[in-house]
Design a binder for this molecule. Sequence first.
Ligand SMILES: CC(C)(COP(=O)(O)OP(=O)(O)OC[C@H]1O[C@@H](n2cnc3c(N)ncnc32)[C@H](O)[C@@H]1OP(=O)(O)O)[C@@H](O)C(=O)NCCC(=O)NCCS
Length: 216
Amino acid sequence: MREDGRVPEIRQYRAADRDQLAHICLLTAAAGGDASGVYSDDSLMPEVFALPYVEYAPELAFVVAEGDRVLGYVIGVADTAAFVEWWKREWSPGFAARHPSPGAPTGHEPRFTEARLVEAGTSPERMLIDELAEYPAHLHIDLLPELQGQGFGRRLIGTMRAALAARGVPAVHLGIDASNAGARVFYDRLGFHELPSSRPRSPLLGIATGDTALSG
Ligand SMILES: CC(C)(COP(=O)(O)OP(=O)(O)OC[C@H]1O[C@@H](n2cnc3c(N)ncnc32)[C@H](O)[C@@H]1OP(=O)(O)O)[C@@H](O)C(=O)NCCC(=O)NCCS
């Protein structure tokens, strides 16, 4: 229950949620904080870390919403290798046309530079981690600040794990920004563990999709 008496609910993503989902991605993309204006084009982050997912696998996208207002989401793919192939074929050409090269400097100096972000838009092979056979799925989760700390993150991860388990996917992984300390504590609390190819500068975590009642 929120102050205004409304209760946000978790539901399946709908096409009409697309713009709000992209905006939430932007508002949480700077190690969990607002990345507006950090890059020359605010559409870059969502075009790499949110929109391809809902285009490719809308059935594995869930939002927290109050009516039509979206407050948070979890998005993912069941088979990362297949997603990489789709991305090369279907996503890279349009991305390259929209973002042929990094734009003008913004005065910000993010560790994940605009050059790397633009490159990421056409190099999905970066997602082919060594542990893909055991952890074929991956996900991203982002909640607006007003929704954080109320258990919705835990519930969204549980929803995604259950949806993946129902599709026969054994385990899921994710990468986090090493400077996002809050997210690291969150994943630890939920029972995620570090994968062998995890590195201090680019932590890689994983968890089985089953037993969601225990830790999800
Ligand atoms: C990280 C995030 C998904 C967590 O979701 P949330 O709804 O705020 O977390 P929950 O309320 O479900 O918390 C679940 C547990 O994690 C802990 N936790 C969550 N965020 C935490 C934080 N920032 N610091 C410390 N502990 C935290 C909670 O205390 C809770 O522990 P408990 O249930 O064992 O008592 C959310 O805060 C968020 O979207 N942040 C901004 C974007 C982001 O960083 N996304 C992740 C990118 S990898």
